[in-house]
Design a protein. Structure first.
Length: 319
């Protein structure tokens, strides 16, 4: 028990260190940008007419207080960590006064729904096909599947997304190519909205699944190829155990441990979003939110999205 406690404390320390370093790096990068949201706001306001210098200075000070950019860099840094520890990332600079947590909360369900489904589906199909290919290495159909999976694996997923966009958006327009749901459909747990959301997620999910299957397929096929040479598998074959039971209970079960670890790490990464895929299909997820925040110089929102992603990945590694 004491040794387990020490191990747990060590893992918690590693988790805290990863989060601390990741958030600090993100904070330094965002604050090193030349974009000043306060000056951007003042420029937008003064474009509508002349304003006295005193009024502009008062406005500048008021905006710095509202945006949390007042004081020296050390005060800003300490104030930021104080808000983060309370789960408060402050207001969005580009959608003021909407809190950053509210914007992330709106986008996160779209990203989680899309990437969770795509990640799990790619994991299931890749492992199933990889196990069959490893157990039946001479099957021509499975060998063809292996060639296709390995051919798609090194292709960037956004290239596949563009190809799917051209095929199903222009050459054979049978699926929606933009947005998360129909524009005139009220969001809610209704059959109309759910069906529309599922239809809009087909192409983004398909682009991620087609590329993601390859790594799981290759890994599972290699693991199964090693497991089938073990003595207990040979003994079970000689004992007359049916092949389907042998594959399910003896081979796949013993080859799944590394794949389950990989799935946990992949699930932790879904909170960061598939930025390019969401941009290609105009999907309203965290990736789109992050890109818009970068373009508008909203480093409060960038920090919020990055912090959520860092904590999620660190938690997946910790678990």
């Amino acid at each position: 028990m004491p040794s387990y406690g020490r191990y747990l404390l060590k893992r918690l320390g590693q988790f805290a260190l990863v989060v601390f370093i990741g958030v600090n790096i993100t904070y330094l990068i965002t604050h090193a940008t030349p974009i000043d949201p306060v000056e951007q706001t003042i420029a937008a306001v003064t474009n509508f007419g002349s304003t006295s210098p005193d009024a502009i200075e008062e406005m500048r000070q008021a905006l710095r207080d509202l945006y949390g950019t007042g004081g020296d860099p050390v005060e800003q840094y300490l104030a930021y960590w104080g808000r983060v520890l309370q789960g408060d990332f402050g207001p969005s600079l580009s959608a003021f006064p909407t809190p950053v947590s509210t914007l992330i909360g709106r986008a996160l369900p779209w990203t989680i729904g899309l990437l969770l489904f795509a990640t799990v589906l790619a994991w299931v199909l890749g492992n199933l096909l990889g196990a069959l290919a490893g157990y039946f290495p001479r099957n021509p159909l499975l060998r063809l599947v292996g060639v296709v999976a390995m051919g798609l694996h090194p292709i960037p997923y956004y290239i596949v997304a563009f190809v799917l966009l051209v095929i199903f958006g222009f050459l054979w327009p049978v699926l929606p190519i933009s947005g998360g749901a129909g524009m005139n459909i009220r969001q809610g747990f209704t059959a109309e909205f759910i069906l529309s959301a599922l239809a809009h997620s087909v192409l983004p999910a398909l682009s991620l699944v087609l590329v993601g299957i390859g790594s799981w397929f290759i890994g599972m096929r290699a693991l199964v190829s090693n497991v089938v040479t073990e003595d207990y598998v040979t003994y079970a074959e000689l004992a007359g155990v049916p092949k389907h039971r042998l594959l399910r209970s003896y081979v796949m079960r013993n080859a799944m441990a590394p794949q389950l670890t990989g799935l946990a790490l992949s699930l932790g990464g879904i909170f960061g979003g598939a930025i390019i895929t969401e941009q290609v299909f105009g999907y309203p997820g965290v990736g789109t939110l992050l890109v818009d925040a970068v373009h508008k110089g909203d480093y409060s929102l960038v920090l919020g999205v990055a912090t959520v992603s860092i904590v999620a990945v660190a938690a997946a590694v910790f678990i």
